[in-house]
Design a protein around this ligand. Structure first.
Ligand code: FES
Length: 105
């Protein structure tokens, strides 16, 4: 388990526990935070959009073309901070990071 701080769209900070090897989206959603993830993690909806600190972006796998296209169509898209949480596999190196759910959700 790693701990991740999540800033919700209202600016409140929540510390959640995330399971290594699983998509970060699962832990955010299971914690009851506002994340629709309406496609269930199939990289088809962009409702799991999060903003990730640039300094830890390289610990995750690179964005696929499908992820990039979805993000570019999203409100609040920010290069290079935007990611889809369903495409981010939790690794120990992210313990203690703070990510943000954009205010559109
Ligand atoms: S849950 Fe739909 S793109 Fe991530």
């Amino acid at each position: 388990m790693v701990k991740v701080n999540v800033v919700d769209p209202k600016g409140r900070i929540h510390t959640i526990e995330a399971n290594e090897g699983e998509p970060l989206m699962h832990s955010i959603r299971d914690a009851g935070l506002p994340m629709l993830a309406s496609c269930g993690g199939n990289c088809a909806c962009a409702t799991c959009h999060v903003l990730v600190p640039a300094e830890i972006a390289n610990v995750f796998t690179d964005r696929s073309e499908a992820e990039i296209e979805l993000l570019q169509d999203s409100d609040y898209f920010q290069e290079p901070l935007s990611r889809l949480a369903c495409q981010m596999i939790v690794v120990e190196a992210i313990d203690g990071i703070t990510i943000e759910i954009p205010p559109s959700y």
